[in-house]
Design a protein around this ligand. Structure first.
Ligand SMILES: C[S@@+](CC[C@H](N)C(=O)[O-])C[C@H]1O[C@@H](n2cnc3c(N)ncnc32)[C@H](O)[C@@H]1O
Length: 507
């Protein structure tokens, strides 16, 4: 059935959508200057991006030279002022007033102490500490989304996003033979908004709803688990429940409609059952390693203490002087032989493992998966970025206060599935949403909306699908069981469907 027809036939009695005023209002009235998604990346102030006018090779030479002055342990310069004959000059130099170093967050102190004892740490270890350290990792503090937080994501922009993904899973459930029991799984559910919208869309289809045995959320943050419980089960979040510091996380709750929500630390903990799995902006938060090609081969970029008094930061990137375990295990691979001196690559073994686990789970239990993220179908160099209060920041600044994310390499995720499942895409977010009938859904919402809300709906629509907004940068990959039909939106050679843009006469 064409999805626009599906929308019309199903949602024409659109009362429940109107009941979502709180969510939709929040989502469409986000102030324009603050609506920064997490995908814009080319900011040289991040600390590792290519400075303007400098080639990757030039940049590499400078960094290699800088790193040559650093021992493997990392903190003691090999080239001292004594050996260069500089002490006299230094003595004669006028006193310089350096800017104070930035605040040493509790996590920065922990990382600094760790580097002092063990030497420079991998970017992956740094990223893992910054994001999910149980005591003061970025996500552990709870709500970081929306205008009051640091960034905004597609489900938070419009209910249309989650509803349409819910429809994709409905059609997919039909494609795989309507199994009588199926669990819905989300990795990294944030506030729980995407799942709420998906479940609302799914619950309109009685047969599908009846088959849903439960919802399983893979979430590292105890604070966000409570927020997800509030969104999905209506259990209020009291002040003292917000925020991190606690290692305890809730593990189960019941929705008013009788659907059980369960939380898991890792994907591997999921029960064996046919699963419809969604991961939206999850893989970009998984740790990456960074490597640079030198004349001697791949060298790992690691995080060291920043000793330069002129720098306000506590940490800096350096190139490891020789091969590391990680460079040997991940970068020295035939697939990366063609890179030139100075080129960089980012590799996320954690993403590989999760993708493999998903494929293994699906090949055993059946199901389907959608992965939505910003990224490309190939490996990239400097995409790691820091985000704080809707602005890009230096990647190494104020650990624990700043979100870190890196582009996803969809091809790498595909390689991890080892022919256990069929992989489709990646396609653009715009292509997926148009294929699922976002135009028809928008028309339905517009028909019932006030003039003020219409403006918001139309601008959310553009934000989700326009090529210069989130339409092209976000990409979507699907996993389906071997032998099952090609999923909707992923048909090869399909011309990109276009919904007519809403006209001003509708306003
Ligand atoms: C960028 S947010 C995306 C939230 C949501 N999917 C959305 O689009 O609004 C990343 C989510 O993944 C969770 N997360 C990050 N790293 C994780 C990990 N290693 N294990 C489990 N959850 C993780 C975060 O707590 C958060 O819920």
């Amino acid at each position: 059935m064409a999805t626009s027809m599906l929308w019309r036939s199903t949602f024409v009695r659109a009362v429940p959508w109107r009941a979502c005023t709180r969510i939709t209002t929040t989502r469409v009235t986000v102030a324009a200057p603050l609506r920064m998604a997490r995908f814009y990346s080319q900011d040289p102030s991040s600390g590792i991006h290519k400075p303007p006018g400098q080639t990757l090779a030039q940049q590499g030479q400078e960094r290699t030279a800088a790193a040559a002055a650093t021992t493997a342990a990392g903190s003691e310069p090999l080239v001292t002022s004594e050996s260069t004959g500089a002490p006299d000059e230094a003595a004669a130099a006028p006193e310089v007033n350096y800017p104070p170093k930035e605040e040493l967050t509790p996590l920065a102190k922990h990382i600094r102490d760790s580097i002092k004892i063990q030497g420079p740490m991998s970017v992956a270890h740094f990223m893992r500490q910054v994001l999910v350290n149980p005591l003061s990792g970025y996500y552990m503090k709870g709500d970081v989304f929306g205008t009051q937080g640091d960034f905004i994501t597609s489900p938070e922009i419009s209910q249309m996003f989650g509803e349409l993904l819910g429809i994709w899973f409905l059609v997919q459930w039909q494609n795989i033979g309507k199994p009588s029991r199926v669990q819905i799984v989300e990795l990294g559910p944030g506030r729980g908004t995407l799942m709420l919208d998906m479940l609302r869309a799914a619950s309109r289809f009685k047969e599908f709803r009846k088959a849903i045995s439960g919802v399983h959320l893979v979430e590292a943050s105890p604070g966000l688990r409570k927020m997800q419980r509030q969104t999905l089960c209506g259990i209020p979040l009291s002040e003292e429940q917000v925020g991190g510091g606690s290692r305890e996380g809730i593990t189960a709750a019941m929705r008013p409609d009788g659907l059980q929500i369960s939380w898991h630390d890792v994907f591997d903990d999921l029960p064996d059952e046919c699963s419809l799995i969604v991961a939206h902006e999850f893989f970009d938060a998984l740790p990456i390693y960074k490597f640079e090609k030198t004349d001697e081969g791949w060298r790992e970029l690691v995080v060291d203490l920043e000793e330069d008094p002129a720098s306000t930061y506590h940490f800096r990137f350096v190139l490891a002087p020789g091969p590391t375990q990680a460079s040997r295990a991940f970068a020295e691979h035939a697939a990366y032989e063609h890179f030139k001196t100075g080129d960089r690559i980012e590799i996320s073994p954690d993403s590989f493992r999760v993708s493999h686990d998903m494929a293994k789970h699906m090949s055993k239990n059946g199901g389907s998966a959608l992965i939505v993220d910003y990224g490309k179908d190939y490996i990239q160099g400097d995409t790691l970025r820091g985000i704080h209060k809707h602005k890009f920041t230096h990647v190494l600044t104020e650990p624990g206060k700043v979100d870190l994310s890196a582009d996803v390499d969809f091809n790498y995720l595909k390689q991890a599935t080892e022919e256990l499942v069929n992989c489709h895409g990646s396609i653009t977010q715009a292509h997926l949403l148009h294929s699922l009938g976002i135009g028809a859904r928008l028309d339905m919402l517009l028909a019932k909306a006030s003039a003020h809300r219409r403006e918001g709906l139309i601008s959310s629509y553009h934000r989700l699908v326009d090529p210069k907004e989130m339409g092209n940068v976000y990409r979507v990959m699907a996993m389906t069981p071997l032998g099952s039909p090609t999923p909707i939106a992923f048909e090869p050679q399909a011309p990109p469907p276009q919904s007519p843009p809403p006209t001003s006469s509708k306003l």
